[in-house]
Design a binder for this molecule. Structure first.
Ligand SMILES: Nc1ncnc2c1ncn2[C@@H]1O[C@H](COP(=O)(O)OP(=O)(O)O)[C@@H](O)[C@H]1O
Ligand SMILES: [Mg+2]
Length: 493
């Protein structure tokens, strides 16, 4: 349903207080104006700079006083018609008790003479007195068809607009942008390349996502070839994502939760998954969603999730999720984290967009228990320290990458993770020393944090799928010798 259609329903049902959450005032206003024209409703608009305007002309002496603005809706009322007053960015004035009172009075009185207040603002900040009086509508980001129209409106010369699958790629790239952002991205692309290209759109989009401070687009070229081992996890995700029935909503994959000691390749896995299956990877920074104002954090969470939905098909990555939602059961932040977490969980359950979510965690004991309920993810995987064969594969990747001579004595890599193998190779290349010498500077996490590694394994046993081999992970099912006893002298975490 378009914004115009939804608005039409609410206005006909005489909802006299409507809050439209939109970053695109102009566009939302056009939707309202169209509706008013269709239905023959009277329309006035007010903002602090221009005062009241009716039918495009400013009303004299309407002034910049928001109180007068609220009351002026009555001057628009007609005998038996509907009158609408649009208030732009009115959230700015809601700290005043007088304004809140006037709004609440007007919304109730509006039922008598069919006068309707519509606030258009990029955020929803309703004071408690107004919460039940206003209905909130989201102004959705443009869908592919609308983006296509925008592109066609800009690329009017021959050859400027790509066709067929090239156009699809451009529209994929533009998904998640507002109308104005898309317009800008397309225009810039025309100026630079004389045609609309997906690269220019991607470039702008990365910048815009970064500016929002909540999401970052990962753009790398590493695929699964950059990761040794983890064969079961790799094939699970590939099958789920490349399955031909992906279009069917019921069969859409939801995502996976990855659990392991640090350095076993969880983050790297998420990043390379995008490249492997041809989807953009969006990294959600939960810490950045925390706002300082009441309600802001949930608002930002919803906003970020909306962008993710609009970017589908994509991979959404939430790294170290146990840290992100660390405060869930504490009362330190008056429940902000819990509410954000709640918003996130319901999205995880209910989203119908084609978004594959990959969450990672290093420590399960800090993870709220409701997180791991089975239906939220397609699988919860445990990535154990790499086995002998896996370590050989990882060595091979990094010996190649750092151009290290293979004809030398290999260091003892008992209990090493992929990260430690990589660090050893990097050091050896950097300092130009043999691997065995570089290895003296590597302290395996399985030694420094042996207890937490053990705890993680015990927890995962019987509960998680193994990332390394098909089936459920069991500590005891590991091949003899692959689970070495780890030192107990020191423990952190
Ligand atoms: N199985 C592996 N194959 C290749 N590289 C690995 C592997 N596991 C870890 N690494 C490398 O170690 C580094 C740290 O891995 P990362 O993905 O950040 O681990 P985690 O997120 O589990 O803590 C990365 O540069 C990654 O490429
Ligand atoms: Mg990581």
């Amino acid at each position: 349903m378009t914004l115009t259609e939804r608005l039409g329903e609410y206005i006909r049902a005489c909802f006299t207080g409507i809050w439209i959450e939109s970053h695109e005032y102009q566009d939302a206003h056009v939707a309202i104006a169209q509706l008013c024209q269709q239905e023959n409703w009277k329309l006035g608009t007010w903002n602090i700079e221009q005062g009241l305007r009716v039918s495009g002309a400013s009303v004299e002496n309407s002034g910049s006083d928001p109180l007068t603005a609220i009351r002026s809706v009555n001057s628009l009322a007609t005998q038996d018609g509907t009158a609408i007053l649009v208030l732009q960015n009115f959230h700015r004035f809601l700290s005043s008790a007088e304004i809140v009172q006037a709004l609440s009075h007007q919304v109730i009185a509006g039922k008598q003479n069919r006068t309707i207040l519509i606030i258009i603002s990029p955020v929803v900040q309703l004071p408690i007195e107004l919460e039940k009086l206003f209905v909130v509508l989201e102004h959705e980001l443009p869908d592919r068809q609308q983006l296509g129209e925008i592109a066609r409106g800009i690329a009017i010369e021959e050859g400027e607009l790509p066709t067929g699958s090239d156009l699809e790629i451009v529209l994929d790239a533009a998904a998640g942008l507002t109308r104005m952002e898309a317009e800008n991205a397309f225009s810039l692309s025309l100026v630079r390349h004389s045609r609309i290209t997906s690269e220019a759109v991607w470039e702008l989009k990365s910048g815009m996502l970064k500016k929002s401070g909540m999401l970052e687009l990962h753009r790398g070229h590493d695929d699964f070839g950059s990761l040794g081992g983890l064969s079961s996890l790799k094939s699970f995700c590939k099958r789920a994502l490349l399955h031909p029935s992906r279009g069917n909503v019921l069969r859409r994959p939801r995502g996976v939760l990855l659990l392991s000691p640090p350095g076993c390749g969880k983050s790297q896995f998420c990043k390379s998954l995008g490249q492997e299956v041809g989807r953009p990877v969006l990294m959600l920074d939960v810490g950045s969603l925390m706002g300082s104002l009441v309600g802001q954090s949930e608002e930002r969470t919803r906003q970020a999730l909306r962008i993710i939905d609009a970017m589908a098909p994509c991979v959404a990555m939430i790294d170290e999720v146990e840290k992100a939602f660390a405060g869930v059961n504490s009362h330190g932040d008056s429940g902000v984290t819990s509410r954000m977490f709640g918003t996130f969980l319901s999205w995880l359950n209910d989203h119908t967009s084609d978004v594959f979510v990959v969450c990672t965690a290093n420590d399960v004991s800090k993870l709220p228990p409701e997180f791991g309920r089975s239906e939220r993810f397609d699988g919860i995987f445990f990535l154990d320290l790499p086995s002998r064969e896996e370590k050989d594969a990882i060595w091979s990747i990094y010996l190649n990458q750092f151009e290290i001579d293979r004809q030398q004595r290999m260091p003892d890599d008992a209990n090493w993770t992929g990260a430690e193998i990589k660090a050893c190779c990097r050091l050896s290349a950097l300092l130009d020393v043999p691997l065995a010498q570089a290895a003296q500077n590597v302290v395996p996490v399985a030694t420094t944090a042996s207890e937490s590694v053990d705890r993680l394994r015990t927890w995962a046993s019987g509960r998680c799928l193994s990332a390394q081999q098909p089936g459920v992970y069991h500590t005891s099912s590991l091949k003899p010798g692959s689970r070495r006893k780890v030192g107990r002298d020191s423990s952190t975490n």
